[in-house]
Design a protein around this ligand. Structure first.
Ligand code: ATP
Length: 228
């Protein structure tokens, strides 16, 4: 059984339909890359899975449970941890306060998070608003990890970050995967995504148009759906 199974997902912003049939599955321990050009529905898919957007049709099952009937805090409690697009840390709280605010019991604690991101360990008392973009992204990922999620979702994992910081984030993602963490990741760095993913799911105009392994993602597919 898949950890996450999304079938024929449709989603609506008021009268406007944004998703028309998204299908994706994540098995336990897998890293799945959700890909597509701008505006194709990746963030809307994440918002639907996490139930921040509840006006959806179709099935979303997590560990066999129907997520569509749950509010977002219940979906989070089932074990979905999100580092959202734009990071959304609490700007006027310190790094440690941000981390403590999301902590739930399990193997991930502040010490383990700062082993993954040593830079955060050096900035525990600093206000989140004074962190660099890369540090804020590390904090957003660490916060999601401290919820001890069964599935970690990273929306725009490295967006707007300097190349050297991006490499740090990708290295951390690779470590998490090695540790058996199930991960859904969105990013514009297609080559980095392909290097780390077990499977790729491509969206176009709000629906899944291609699913397969990174090795089977040919240049024709890239040209047609990713504009590479
Ligand atoms: P990007 O890579 O640019 O973040 P995306 O693939 O994540 O894009 P979405 O943000 O999910 O795409 O957008 C999918 C569609 O839904 C787009 O047509 C977008 O304009 C629309 N949309 C997104 N958010 C809203 C909203 N709050 N209200 C109305 N329409 C929206």
């Amino acid at each position: 059984m898949s950890l996450l199974e999304v079938s024929n997902l449709e989603a609506f912003y008021g009268a406007s339909q944004a998703l028309f049939g998204v299908n994706l599955q994540i098995a336990e321990g897998q890293l799945v890359a959700l890909m597509g050009r701008n505006g194709m529905g990746k963030t809307t898919t994440v918002r639907s899975i996490t139930r921040m957007l509840r006006t959806t049709k179709g099935a979303i099952r997590f560990d066999g449970k129907d997520l569509t009937v749950l509010p977002s805090f219940r979906a989070a409690r089932l074990g979905i941890g999100l580092a959202p697009e734009g990071r959304r840390c609490f700007a006027n709280l310190s790094v440690s306060e941000n981390l403590m605010a999301s902590a739930r019991s399990g193997p991930w604690d502040i010490e383990k998070a700062t082993e993954l991101f040593p830079r955060l360990g050096e900035r525990m008392t600093q206000s989140a608003s004074t962190l660099s973009g890369g540090e804020q992204q590390m904090l957003a990922i660490a916060r999601a990890l401290l919820t001890n999620p069964r599935l970690l979702i990273l929306d725009e994992a490295t967006e707007g970050l300097a190349p050297v910081v991006r490499q740090e984030i990708w290295a951390a993602i690779a470590k998490l995967k090695q540790g058996g963490q199930s991960i859904l990741v969105i990013d514009k760095g297609f080559s980095e995504l392909r290097a780390v993913a077990d499977r790729c799911v491509i969206l176009a105009r709000g629906e899944t148009v291609w699913t397969g392994t990174p090795a089977s993602l040919t240049s024709d597919v890239e040209t047609e759906f990713l504009g590479v």
